[in-house]
Ligand binder design. Structure first.
Ligand SMILES: Nc1ncnc2c1ncn2[C@@H]1O[C@H](COP(=O)(O)OP(=O)(O)O)[C@@H](O)[C@H]1O
Ligand SMILES: [Mg+2]
Length: 330
């Protein structure tokens, strides 16, 4: 089930998410060291009149990879095209993006770890020499033709840097790893977005939402949208800490910000596997879910919160996880 569905249906969710997305790097909160480095790279490229070097973003979902990919072309004042690694199944799918790219434009490939090998290999010469080699004709008439491309910037995003091949990774001169946000940063994002939405929210409520958003701006925004609905329906539109707490409780979100899926993972690990060690495949089979969702969306925060540790033999629940679920440590 999609995470958003757990947080209360919000029919206008997608448009609102787009409305809340910062348009410029100056509007982004947190990730200041990343922003600083990118500003230098952007500034230098513009001063030299060259295209920006290829940029790779990695990190858990909802931390700002797509936001950076939309802000950077705006800073550069260039055209951007969006593509997804999952949809580029064969070289013919990616060729039009490359041959049509205007000079110095940006091509953003989301989920770049999902590109098949054959497509990835096309990117090597495209990224390095702005050239693609295509075989035209068959049999004895087959000829390799080289096509020159306009110099362009590839921005790649991935939740799994480890799944990217070495040769592809090495062709990105700029690599940035996005990390979870602090509660103060998330509270700032929530406050600004409440203003954008015209919602009345006090500082205490902003901090409470931040603390229960698993270090992730996208989750903080989704929580805010749900709490706003709740407040409009049940509390005369005013959001204070009590209203926020009640709304989150109703959505099954606890004090650490874990939702039902997160707790389901901990409960499975503890009840079924005696606290572990257990492999992620076994856990996901038991939960009837996908390994990717657990690895991308659930585990990073549980690991960071020290509720789970990874060992060579599998995942192990910590004493903190047992006590969080109100169980005694064996
Ligand atoms: N640094 C930031 N400052 C403010 N809001 C942010 C920031 N990063 C992300 N967001 C918000 O979180 C949402 C999800 O971010 P997104 O860039 O789509 O994440 P990703 O592509 O890494 O999954 C965005 O729509 C935006 O509203
Ligand atoms: Mg994204």
């Amino acid at each position: 089930m999609a995470r958003e569905a757990l947080i209360g249906a919000n029919t206008t969710g997608e448009t609102e998410d787009r409305a809340l997305r910062p348009q410029r790097m100056a509007d982004m909160v947190g990730q200041q060291d990343v922003i600083e480095r990118l500003r230098i790279a952007v500034d230098a490229a513009m001063k030299r009149g060259e295209c920006l070097g290829h940029v790779l973003f990695d990190g858990p979902p909802g931390l700002g990879k797509t936001t950076f990919a939309t802000c950077i072309p705006r800073e550069l004042g260039v055209h951007v095209e969006f593509a997804s690694g999952a949809a580029l199944k064969a070289p013919k799918d990616i060729v039009p993006y490359l041959t049509n790219a205007p000079e110095r434009s940006v091509l953003f490939i989301d989920e770049i770890h999902r590109l098949p090998k054959a497509v990835e290999e096309y990117l090597y010469t495209a990224m390095e020499d702005f050239r693609i080699d295509m075989v035209l004709g068959d049999g004895i008439n087959a000829r390799t033709h080289s096509f020159r491309l306009n110099p362009f910037t590839l921005i790649g995003a991935t939740t799994r840097a480890g799944m990217l091949s070495g040769p592809l990774r090495d062709r990105f001169p700029v690599r940035e790893h996005l990390t979870f946000y602090t509660d103060a940063e998330l509270a700032e994002i929530v406050s600004r977005n409440a203003t954008k939405l015209g919602a009345q929210l006090n500082n205490e409520a902003a901090l409470l939402i931040a603390e229960r958003s698993r270090g992730t701006p996208r989750i903080a925004n989704n929580r805010l949208l749900w709490i706003r609905d709740y407040a409009d329906s049940r509390a005369g539109g005013k959001i204070d800490a009590e209203v926020a707490k009640a709304a989150l409780q109703m959505a099954g979100i606890d004090e650490l910000g874990l939702d039902r899926q997160d707790r389901g993972y901990l409960e499975t690990l503890i009840r079924v596997f005696g606290g572990g060690p257990a492999g992620i495949e076994s856990i996901s089979h038991t939960m009837n879910g996908s390994v990717d969702t657990l690895a991308d969306e659930v585990e990073p925060f549980l690991l960071r919160s020290e509720l789970v540790v990874r060992t060579p033999r599998g995942r192990v629940a910590t004493a903190k996880a047992f006590s969080h679920l109100g169980l005694s440590t064996p």
